[in-house]
Design a protein around this ligand. Structure first.
Ligand SMILES: Cc1cc2nc3c(=O)[nH]c(=O)nc-3n(C[C@H](O)[C@H](O)[C@H](O)COP(=O)(O)O)c2cc1C
Length: 214
């Protein structure tokens, strides 16, 4: 297992696991065994009542990847036309530069989701649709652990959820039972081009902490 790890310490891992899009190596296959290791790490995340309801649909098949990628492309096109698109000017030049980079990166994924060697869909199961949806908290920590484990192994991911606007279509493509499986997160999975990633500019902790009361 250790052979494939980059050797990042915990804080390096936590601070350099970026949303990777343009630097996904779309040509290099990702071994199943590495994906299994990432899922093993994900399974160490907490689950309500200690019942594991997280599920991972790993899509390697080219036709299925492209079909899911097409759904993502179409949903992304709607997002791009919406007021939430980060490419829109805020009037703050420094902020606009960062958001412009995010928008350009996100546009790339909009076009290339299906071209990644694997797509991973983080899901959670329940006895019925409402219970499955209520269990999102059982997959979200697991999915982030999966992404951290991937980064530790030189793999890149990008958290996305907008395909859920067309969750049923993706369920049909992949044979996922919509009534009992809620899809939470869709990510491409690929080796990264280079392994150096940097901590992002983020708010001062004091600006988001409320000590003892709000
Ligand atoms: C709930 C959620 C939804 C997201 N949806 C998308 C998405 O649909 N498409 C995308 O390219 N990135 C998506 N992202 C990734 C963010 O755009 C990304 O985290 C942000 O640009 C900051 O980049 P960084 O993670 O590298 O710091 C999402 C992230 C979260 C947490």
């Amino acid at each position: 297992m250790g052979m494939t790890l980059l050797g990042l310490d915990a804080d390096q891992l936590l601070s350099t696991t970026r949303a990777v899009r343009k630097r996904l190596d779309l040509e290099r296959p990702v071994p199943d065994e590495l994906i299994r290791e990432c899922v093993a790490m994900a399974l160490q995340a907490p689950s309500g009542s200690n019942v594991v309801t997280m599920r991972f649909v790993v899509v390697r098949d080219e036709a299925k990847r492209q079909a899911v990628g097409q759904v993502y492309r179409e949903v992304y096109a709607g997002y791009k036309a919406s007021p939430y698109y980060p490419g829109l000017s805020t009037g703050d030049a420094a902020r606009d530069r960062v958001q412009g980079r995010v928008a350009s990166s996100a546009d790339f994924l909009g076009d290339h989701m299906g071209d990644a060697p694997a797509l991973v869909l983080g899901c959670t199961i329940g006895p019925d649709r409402a219970s499955a949806e209520a269990g999102l908290g059982n997959i979200l920590p697991g999915m982030w652990s999966f992404m951290l484990a991937a980064r530790a192994r030189g793999l890149g991911t990008a958290w996305t959820s907008m395909h859920r606007a067309r969750e049923r279509d993706v369920a049909d493509i992949l044979g996922i039972p919509y009534e009992t499986v809620a899809q939470a997160v869709l990510t491409p999975l690929a080796y990264t081009k280079g392994t150096a990633f940097h901590p992002a500019e983020r708010p001062d902790p004091n600006s988001v902490i409320h000590w003892d009361s709000w």
